[in-house]
Design a binder for this molecule. Structure first.
Ligand code: FES
Length: 212
């Protein structure tokens, strides 16, 4: 069989693809930074338009273009043409105001909010808590779980369900070292570091690889 190819109409790119890896993984490994969160076909973040070709979903169902597909659960069965790839163009972190342990408020002004169903991390000054966006109403972000930290200085980042890895993020404050988040992958550490650096509290934030 000829090697399969994925043509991405919006970018004029054409990539070789395999049928045993999902399309999201293959886009990411080709440095196409596609929006994603749940990686199980539920959140809709990686939805794209299949114009031509055929994919098999994780549940075995075959879908032919034209159709909307979630890249994270789609496996190529033929050459594919795709458009409306949700490439990330802006950083996925938000500086929020604290409302209560399960509700945050986006700052006023033009903001593209996170997406309902996003897996997220709430970055407190001295710890990180995992959560999920249950709903968005106006500027209000409703969280699925109640935060246990009561520090009111927070940022929210969206993360992959598969965010674990070999890195740690730590802060240096008043000559003390404090690990904020350990066993995360490098991409997650970079987003969290960027979000923390938005706060001008004088602390320094470092990423390091953990010893095996
Ligand atoms: S639907 Fe693909 S990442 Fe959620």
């Amino acid at each position: 069989m000829n090697k399969l190819r994925l043509s991405i109409i919006d970018t004029a790119l054409s990539l070789p693809i395999r049928s045993d890896l999902n399309l999201l993984e293959q886009c990411l490994s080709s440095n196409l930074v596609v929006a994603r969160s749940c990686r199980n076909g539920n959140c809709g973040r990686c939805d794209s338009t299949l114009l031509k070709g055929c994919v098999q979903l994780r549940n075995g169902q075959c879908i032919k273009g034209p159709s909307t597909i979630a890249l994270c659960v789609s496996y190529a069965q033929s050459h594919l043409q795709i458009s409306h790839l949700p490439l990330i163009k802006s950083p996925s972190h938000w500086r929020c105001q604290w409302q209560n342990p399960s509700q945050l408020l986006l700052p006023a002004g033009r903001q593209i909010p996170p997406h309902k169903g996003d897996i997220c991390a709430i970055l407190f000054e001295n710890s990180v808590e995992l959560n999920e966006v249950a709903d968005i109403t106006g500027r209000n972000i409703h969280l699925l779980n109640t935060c246990t930290n009561t520090n009111h200085s927070v940022s929210l980042i969206t993360i992959d369900r598969d965010h674990q890895g070999q890195y740690a993020l730590w802060r240096e404050h008043q000559h003390q070292r404090q690990t904020l988040w350990a066993h995360i992958n490098h991409a997650t550490a970079l987003i969290a570091q960027a979000a923390y650096l938005q706060n001008t509290n004088g602390a320094r934030y470092h990423i390091e690889m953990l010893q095996r």
